[in-house]
Design a binder for this molecule. Structure first.
Ligand SMILES: [Fe+2]
Length: 205
């Protein structure tokens, strides 16, 4: 069976329909599945300068990054679904050409100098976080993804967010390592909004 988004949803719904599960008390939420940091987490020296939560626009630059604008938002929660205020959330991803803002990236495509590549934010009162970035694109060997790191309640969680039901997910070695439920937890359902694409995904640490 292909691990499509529909199959994932059907699988999870079928679990919930089982009488033995439906009589169980509400249990702790599953933590967001962890994933490798990968080789392109910015080094300390790369994390200076503009590292705000708008990756599409670098301060003092006129040009805007290439790619499709994506507004990513969600909440940082603990496993009891309690919002965590003051959590640091970081994201990093390649630009619209498939190149990371990292000296170790040897992909022979031009770097989009207008793309910030890395950004961070601090979660608000209700655990909310948001980023303005671009829709992730694929690069050799990987389906599109956004790297995410959260520091909350003394824990550090590193993961990757994917595009829900994206065809290349079926062939991605990291995406396919996860269970259907885990895949669901890190899949962004993109919607067209007024100012670009929108996606909402909580981070449970
Ligand atoms: Fe990556």
């Amino acid at each position: 069976m292909k691990h499509t988004a529909n199959n994932r949803r059907k699988f999870i719904q079928s679990l919930l329909a089982l009488p033995c599960l439906s009589i169980l008390p509400v249990s702790a939420a599953m933590r967001t599945p962890r994933a490798t940091e990968g080789p392109f987490y910015p080094t300390k020296s790369m994390r200076y300068g503009d590292i705000d939560n708008d990756l599409v626009k670098i301060s003092n630059e006129v040009k805007q990054a290439g790619g499709e604008v994506l507004h990513l938002q969600g909440r940082v929660l603990d496993t009891n679904n309690k919002p965590i205020k003051g959590a640091r959330v970081e994201i990093w991803q390649c630009d619209a050409n498939g190149h990371y803002l990292h000296t170790g990236d040897r992909n022979p495509v031009p770097l989009d100098k207008a793309f910030q590549g890395f950004g961070h934010t601090i979660s608000g009162h209700n655990g909310e976080y948001s980023f303005r970035t671009i829709k992730p694109v694929s690069y050799p060997g990987r389906t599109p993804h956004i790297h995410v790191k959260a520091f909350a309640n003394g824990r550090e969680l590193t993961t990757q967010f994917y595009i829900d039901d994206y065809p290349e997910n079926d062939y991605d070695f990291l995406f396919n390592r996860m269970s259907l439920e885990q895949q669901e937890a890190v899949s962004m359902r993109l919607k067209q909004g007024k100012e670009g694409l929108e996606a909402t995904l909580d981070i449970i640490v």
